[in-house]
Design a protein around this ligand. Sequence first.
Ligand SMILES: [Zn+2]
Length: 113
Amino acid sequence: MPVTPDDASLMDVQQGGRCFFCDGPVGAKATFDHLIPQAYGGIDDPANVVLAHRRCNQRKGDRLPTHGELDRFFALRRSSRLGVWPPLRALRDEEGSEEELWMAVARAIARDR
Ligand SMILES: [Zn+2]
């Protein structure tokens, strides 16, 4: 389900009004970044979305989140109704080459459908 204005407000509070990637203040200019990019099957749902500056969102582009970013995301979402999309957990548990990570994500997305 797409991010509602209520979801976005809650994300803003949980992120302390800061960009997920650079930790700078972002406020009302925040954009929605999909941790697993939509181009690769990432869902448009709060459980896969963080608030970020437009430039940080663009710089991230279509790469996968790093383990450090995933740890940060899981900490933010601990006991939050916004939740964590299961393929993000599968990615966190995977070690290996870039190609192996993409394969693990694809398998996890297929399982989630
Ligand atoms: Zn930023």
